[in-house]
Design a protein around this ligand. Structure first.
Ligand SMILES: CC(C)(COP(=O)(O)OP(=O)(O)OC[C@H]1O[C@@H](n2cnc3c(N)ncnc32)[C@H](O)[C@@H]1OP(=O)(O)O)[C@@H](O)C(=O)NCCC(=O)NCCS
Length: 161
């Protein structure tokens, strides 16, 4: 019995388990760095602040031992939602962090929206695989949607209800 109590305590104190929480203003420097290392055209501080001020937006970070290691930005539009940005710090990729961030957003919107959309570069296999694993389906192509380099976007959709 003592052993199981100790095991429970150990799990509660497990420092290797990231937490997913709402993004706050004090996270912005770290989030900007992650965006910079993840995208050719990273989001600006102004873009993040605009979303923080938008009541329909959902912004979450993954935090590990006090360090921000990933973020996701989504927005609700009537009965739909859109994933606007998602990135995980390079050293922490392939550990299920993006999956956790996405599940947290999907859990928060599941009672309010019927479907969730996102755009992704057609060459971005890691992201496409992640979204497919979460149940998103390929529903269209937006020709030459991205710049630097110019590339088509794959439009993906998750039916929620
Ligand atoms: C795409 C990204 C967010 C994935 O983050 P992550 O935390 O590494 O993803 P997860 O560990 O949750 O991966 C979940 C699944 O996605 C797929 N996946 C993720 N990275 C992959 C890779 N490099 N190659 C192939 N499949 C990959 C796998 O199926 C993986 O499951 P598995 O590890 O059990 O095989 C991350 O690579 C990233 O930040 N990329 C740069 C920014 C970006 O492209 N964002 C998306 C824009 S639409």
């Amino acid at each position: 019995m003592y052993q199981s109590i100790l095991e429970n305590q150990r799990q509660k104190l497990d420092l290797d388990e990231p937490i997913i929480r709402d993004l706050s203003e004090s996270d912005l420097n770290q989030v900007l760095e992650i965006s910079k290392e993840s995208f050719i055209i990273p989001w600006s501080l102004k873009s993040f602040i605009n979303e923080l001020l938008n009541q329909n937006s959902i912004l979450k970070v993954a935090e590990l031992n006090g360090e921000v290691i990933g973020y996701v930005v989504a927005r609700k539009i009537v009965d739909e939602a859109e994933i606007l940005s998602l990135a995980v710090k390079k050293d922490f990729r392939r550990k299920g962090i993006a999956t956790k961030l996405m599940k947290s957003v999907l859990n928060e919107i599941k009672d309010f929206v019927k479907s969730c959309f996102l755009d992704v570069r057609v060459s971005n296999e890691p992201a496409i695989k992640l979204y497919e694993k979460l149940g998103f389906k390929k529903v269209g192509i937006r020709k030459k949607y991205y710049l630097y380099p110019e590339e088509d976007a794959l439009l993906m959709k998750l039916d929620i209800s």
